[in-house]
Design a protein around this ligand. Sequence first.
Ligand SMILES: [Zn+2]
Ligand SMILES: [Zn+2]
Length: 271
Amino acid sequence: MDIEFWGVRGTVPVSSPETVKYGGATICASVRAAGGDIIIIDAGTGLRPLGDRLVKERKGPLKLHLLLTHFHLDHIMGFPFFAPLWSQDSELIIYAPVPQADTEAALAGLMGGRYFPLSLSATAAAKSYRAVGKGTFAVGGFRVSACPLHHPQGSVAYKIEDTVRKIVFATDTEHPELGVDIQLRDFCRGADLLVYDATFTPEEYAAGKKGWGHSTWQAGARLAKEAGVKKLLLSHLNPDHSDSRVDMSVSLAKWEFPSVEAVRAGWKRTI
Ligand SMILES: [Zn+2]
Ligand SMILES: [Zn+2]
């Protein structure tokens, strides 16, 4: 499976000389199936360059599966600017952990006049909506499942797997006071990649960020170790963290879990 990251910043996009290495666009990643289907995880501002690439490289109709973890702005604000949304040669299937009508209403509310000049109904792509529940579902030759996370208004982690590989995206979650999140640990057991919420440093978290629904590199390292994952990717990077600060977090995390790096926009691998 080919995985590529288009945005790794949490909360709000940033742009400055101090954030060039990891990038300032908010959460978006893509996974390409052998059959040509494309799975997209979240619609942060990283969705825009992904859309531009897809349109540029298209050789025929696009079939795109968009998995939304939740509806906080940093995870959906790229949606209206996604070029394939405006093309009648695109089919867009949108999954979220809420009833289908709620997903459509949330995205329609993001557009439609007050926040955007054109409405969702004016977009040319064929759109359909799927509610994500407890079970596993098939997407483009992969098995996909979701695990509830600890986050205000709720969020989910997604697991995408085939017969050989397994990757987990857990970008917005708060770790428990003691130990690790048992449900999430079991969900990501043995994963090849765990993409994890490293919004705060342990010091920031202890100094007033408890209850904000986010986690730390340290909690990620503990979870990765207990779940036996092969590689930990720190994500949902804090808009206040410079590249050097992120580098420092990675250096510290290596002491607890050596196979760790912070993910950046443009990071891609075939696993
Ligand atoms: Zn977020
Ligand atoms: Zn959130």
